[in-house]
Design a binder for this molecule. Structure first.
Ligand code: PLP
Length: 387
């Protein structure tokens, strides 16, 4: 069967994720320690799972409001105000989505006219350029460099702005670098955004995983809430990747536009998962904090081990990724990752999969057991000695 003639030009031209090829290789091997997948190793905390079970027992099997359950939206707005100091009306400025993934997709589709440009720091989450392209926008990566702690510099943003620039997309703490930006850095970026009257999307999915206490949401800065879509969800902080719940908060006109697409394409996020998310916000903070503390301990142990093995790695401030430099080895990131996988059965993702600025680096997710991390370090050490 060959249906390729039916695929639209727009989607045919979209490149496959750089991570995919690598994981095809991993899945064909045995005894692999994977530092590749960016997912918590915890099962969702019990009270959250239980509330999902209870929701089914109660027979809550129908659609919810398109925007999401009112109680969940109220709880989300309370959480966002308390934690991020940005205030939203649960009735008109909050939309519950199928993960942050859907919220990002909706935001671009609601914001962009064909040919509009979106600036974002790179290396970045693999989906961003594709999401922008699928919404007929133009991705404009701005390299965030290691020597600046992978922060976004205001002068680089200013240089990238053109008459077609529509929006700036931020993701701090960052996947893949673990970088966090503090208030003073973001204030300079916000001034540029206001000067050029740009919209901002801020993907806050790792914001609870901030070990520095420096993270600040750009949505909380003066004059920014009116132009910012705050995107967040439950996947990482509450170990709920499979439940597929995220949300967007922003100006009612933008949320209304996103809601139109969501209503036609999705209808509503899954009811059972919304009830579990409500429990996460009401009673999940102790479990969340325990998980964050556990990531912090593993970060300290793993990053120290990488440096001891000869891979220079700054201590990332957030998320659950280490982004060591492999530059001193004389290998490209792809060669390093392939040889490490073949010889030591350790899988990590080559930096270029995350776009410009990724060459010379490797992304290692440390959300795996300490025992596996120690074994991975032993193997990485052996690999470095063999070079
Ligand atoms: N945004 C970033 C930066 C991510 O790293 C991920 C997943 O890895 C997502 C969004 C997707 O999140 P969700 O599971 O809520 O769709």
């Amino acid at each position: 069967m060959n249906g390729s003639r039916f695929v639209s030009d727009h989607i045919r031209d979209l490149p496959r994720s750089g991570i995919r090829k690598f994981f095809d290789l991993v899945s064909s091997m045995e005894d692999v320690i994977s530092l590749g997948v960016g997912e918590p190793d915890f099962t969702t905390p019990w009270t959250i799972r239980e509330s999902g079970i209870y929701s089914i027992e109660k027979g809550h099997t129908a659609y919810t409001s398109n925007l999401g359950m009112p109680a969940l939206r109220r709880e989300i707005c309370r959480y966002v105000e308390e934690r991020y100091h940005a205030s939203y009306d649960p009735g008109t400025e909050c939309l519950v989505t199928v993960g942050v993934s859907e919220a990002v997709d909706l935001a671009f589709r609601a914001l962009l006219n064909p040919g509009d440009e979106v600036i974002y720091p790179a290396p970045c989450y693999v989906s961003y350029p594709a999401e922008i392209t699928m919404a007929y926008g133009v991705p404009v990566p701005v390299t965030a460099r290691a020597e600046n702690g992978f922060a976004l510099l205001p002068e680089d943003v200013e240089r990238a702005v053109t008459p077609r620039t529509r929006a700036l997309l931020l993701n701090f703490p960052c996947n893949p670098t673990g970088a966090v930006m503090d208030r003073s850095g973001l204030e300079k970026i916000a001034a540029i955004v206001r000067k050029h009257d740009l919209a901002v999307l801020t993907d806050e999915i790792y914001s609870e995983l901030d070990y520095s206490g420096r993270h600040c949401s750009i949505a909380s800065l003066p004059g920014m809430a009116e132009r910012t879509v705050f995107l967040h969800g439950f996947s990482k902080a509450f170990a709920m990747t499979g439940w597929r719940i995220g949300y967007a908060c922003g100006p009612s006109e933008l949320i209304g536009a996103m809601m139109k697409i969501h209503q036609y394409a999705i209808m509503c996020a899954p009811t059972v998962a919304q009830e579990a998310a409500l429990e996460a916000l009401r009673n999940g903070s102790a479990a969340r904090e325990e998980m964050v503390e556990s990531y912090r301990q593993r970060r300290d142990m793993f990053v120290a081990g990488l440096n001891r093995a000869g891979l220079q790695c700054r201590l990332p401030d957030g998320a659950f990724y280490a982004f060591p430099s492999i530059a001193g080895t004389g290998l490209s990131s792809e060669e390093f990752a392939e040889k490490l996988l073949e010889s030591q059965h350790v899988a990590a993702v080559p930096g270029p999969a995350f776009g410009p600025g990724g060459e010379g680096f490797l992304r290692c997710c440390y959300a795996t057991s300490s025992r596996e991390l120690m074994e991975a370090l032993r193997r990485i050490n052996a690999f470095m000695e063999s070079l």
